[in-house]
Design a protein around this ligand. Structure first.
Ligand code: DX5
Ligand code: ZN
Length: 216
């Protein structure tokens, strides 16, 4: 299991130090929630912020774009140092082309699905997808409650992905804590995003261990 703490819940006034503390705590991935105030109600940060912080960190940058027309910004995120670039199926008119373009820029390509979007959207783009992100809250904010039907959806996505030879990561995002991490991984998730339940004041090493213990 990979744990990807969401910087959305970090202290924005000291993100560089936060990244160093995550590394120190044994974390290997970090999740960046990019929001445009249109695809989702909220606005966060974009390529210049990520690019500056890239200089401070060698963690794996897992960048979740909650923006309309993400195809207009792929090069900017490649230049900013994104390792995995995740686009929403609902935000792409030409999803197949966009996933291919992300890979051509040297990044891994991720596909995110809102809670109401069926997993079948994956069917004809599976070979272009390195990670599927199942939203287990409606995107836009941290600290929301896990949508229970997300478990069945993770199982359905896992079944689809297991039909192919190659391995595709399956990420769950939203409302995840040590309390429900076990059942989410049992359902088939291989990457867990955690925002508010990770950045809750306790030392990061302790938080990481709490998630790991929940899966033992
Ligand atoms: C929500 C974001 C999530 C968010 C998760 O739109 O995609 O990554 O940071 O936060 P928590 O873990 O607090 O639900
Ligand atoms: Zn996210």
């Amino acid at each position: 299991m990979i744990l990807s703490p969401s910087m959305l819940s970090s202290d924005f006034s000291r993100m560089g130090d936060e990244l160093a503390a995550l590394k120190e705590a044994g974390i290997s991935w970090v999740h960046w929630d990019v929001m445009d105030g249109s695809f989702v109600p909220n606005i966060t940060f974009g390529p210049p912020v990520i690019k500056n912080l890239r200089k401070r960190s060698d963690l794996f940058f897992d960048v979740h774009l909650m923006i309309r027309e993400p195809e207009r910004h792929l090069e900017a995120f490649a230049d900013a140092g994104a390792d995995m670039l995740v686009v929403h199926a609902e935000a792409c008119l030409h999803l197949h082309r966009t996933l291919g373009a992300i890979r051509e820029l040297g990044m891994r390509a991720g596909l995110a699905l809102n809670p109401a979007t069926p997993v079948t959207v994956l069917e004809h783009v599976m070979d272009l997808t390195d990670m599927v992100l199942i939203m287990t809250v409606n995107p836009g904010f941290g600290g929301q409650k896990f949508i229970a039907s997300g478990l069945a959806k993770i199982r359905a996505a896992r079944t689809m992905l297991n039909r192919q030879e190659r391995e595709t990561l399956l990420q769950a995002d939203g409302g995840i804590s040590p309390e429900n991490a076990g059942e989410i991984v049992m359902a088939g998730a291989s990457v867990l995003v955690a925002g508010s339940a990770f950045f809750n004041g306790a030392p990061y090493r302790e938080r990481r261990e709490a998630f790991e213990k929940a899966l033992a």
